[in-house]
Structures are given as structure tokens and as C-alpha cells.
Design a protein. Structure first.
Length: 225
């Protein structure tokens, strides 16, 4: 093996036993040259052909522009009471999205919670034939909320640190009431709020089949980048 100097000159010694071998000359950015040693010994110079490289295009998304999709009205006109005893029940809606890819930053929602505190869990699912499908979240994303009324401002799951990027044209976004705490109180109540009629999808327990309702669409607002 021999290396060239800055001008491309190189020197090596060939023993008689290697005269029938092949010499390989290579350089970064050039096509390698293979030549029989016997022929190389008759030359004073070697010319390498520059390699043509086709690079795949790279698309960089900054996700800098923020948009909101989903519920637009703020005044609550509908609500649905909900079980809060760790049943795995879930309620949400399907979003039609027109973006090639997007980052989900926040999920805003409205509820009435008369318990001391409730632990909620966010679900984001594929849509299969118009129904909620498999879970897309690898992480369990919880949120603890305290007493809240239908007139209070919307609550939200802040997802900035999760880097949730999607390319789906349809997403189901649902909320599970994992558990509510009300020490010293015989019972309390929890309900989802809505500001407009429309479709909702729900299952009363984790092992239940999905059901749909045309009564109202739950207040859910997605903040995207």
C-alpha cells in the first residue's frame, strides 16, 4: 500500500511475484482504477475519473407556523356525564386534516369536574373505515386537573416536549378519565362539554366496543405546527 504526496506522486516497489496481480488506485470523490501491475509498470501517470454523485433531495420542516383546528365556538351548549371509576372508557372525535405532515403541540378541551381532582389520559388513534383504530402514542400522556366548571377556560394537554409529528389525513383524538379523587365526599360528577352539535365516538369501558353519537361533538381543539 502506498499514499500519494500533495501533488499526487507516489512510489512503491513491486516484487517479481506480484507482477501478475492487479493494482488498485483510489481517491475520495473519484472512480477507482484497477489495472494489471504489468501494465502499470509501463506508465508514468494515472488519471482518475471524477465520480458523479446523485444525492436524494432533503426536506427540512421547521414547524414554525401555528394553526388551530377543531372546535371554534366557546359557549358551552351540550354536555355528557362520564364515569370516573377507572373503567378505561374514552370519548373523542375524528379530525380531518389537510397537511402533509404536522406537529401536534396542544390538545384543548372543556369539562365540568366537581371532584377534588381527576387524572386524565390522552389517546390519539388511527382512523379505520370511519372508526377509531389503533393507538398511535407510544407514551402514556396523563394530565391531572382540579375542580372545573363549564364556564371556565379550556384546559389542555401540552405536548411540546413529546415531538409528536403525524402524516395521517384523519386522526381520532380521545380522552380517558383514568380516575377521580374526592376524599370525604360520597360522590362527585364529571362531564365532557361541547359547544356545537356533531359526531362523537366513545366506549364506556376499556373492553367495550366503540359507539357513535350524533348528539354533539366534544369540545376538542388541536394546536398544530
Amino acid at each position: 500500500m502506498s499514499l500519494t504526496d500533495e501533488s499526487g506522486n507516489f512510489l512503491f516497489t513491486i516484487s517479481p511475484a506480484l507482477r501478475n496481480d492487479t493494482l488498485l488506485i483510489s481517491s475520495v470523490g473519484y472512480e477507482s482504477l484497477r489495472i494489471p501491475v504489468s501494465e502499470a509498470l509501463r506508465r508514468n501517470s494515472f488519471e482518475l475519473v471524477e465520480r458523479s454523485m446523485n444525492l436524494s433531495p432533503v426536506t427540512i420542516r421547521s414547524f414554525s407556523t401555528e394553526v388551530a383546528v377543531g372546535t371554534t365556538k366557546e359557549s358551552v351548549g351540550y354536555f355528557r356525564s362520564w364515569n370516573y371509576d377507572t373503567t378505561g372508557g374514552e370519548l373523542g372525535r375524528i379530525f380531518d386534516l389537510t397537511y402533509d405532515s404536522f406537529k401536534l403541540e396542544k390538545v384543548r378541551f372543556k369539562v365540568s369536574n366537581l371532584c377534588n381532582a381527576c387524572l386524565l389520559r390522552l389517546h390519539i388513534r388511527n382512523v379505520v373505515n370511519g372508526w377509531p383504530g389503533e393507538e398511535l402514542l407510544r407514551d402514556s400522556i396523563p394530565l391531572s386537573i382540579h375542580r372545573n366548571t363549564l364556564d371556565d377556560k379550556a384546559l389542555e394537554f401540552n405536548l411540546t416536549n413529546y415531538n409528536l409529528v403525524f402524516t395521517q389525513k384523519e386522526l381520532f383524538v380521545g380522552i380517558e378519565v383514568h380516575h377521580c379523587f374526592h376524599p370525604g365526599v360520597p360522590e362527585c360528577s364529571f362531564c365532557f362539554a361541547s359547544t356545537e352539535p356533531g359526531f362523537s365516538f366513545y366506549k364506556p369501558r376499556g373492553d367495550s366496543k366503540w359507539e357513535s353519537s350524533e348528539d354533539f361533538s366534544p369540545y376538542l381543539r388541536l394546536i398544530l405546527k
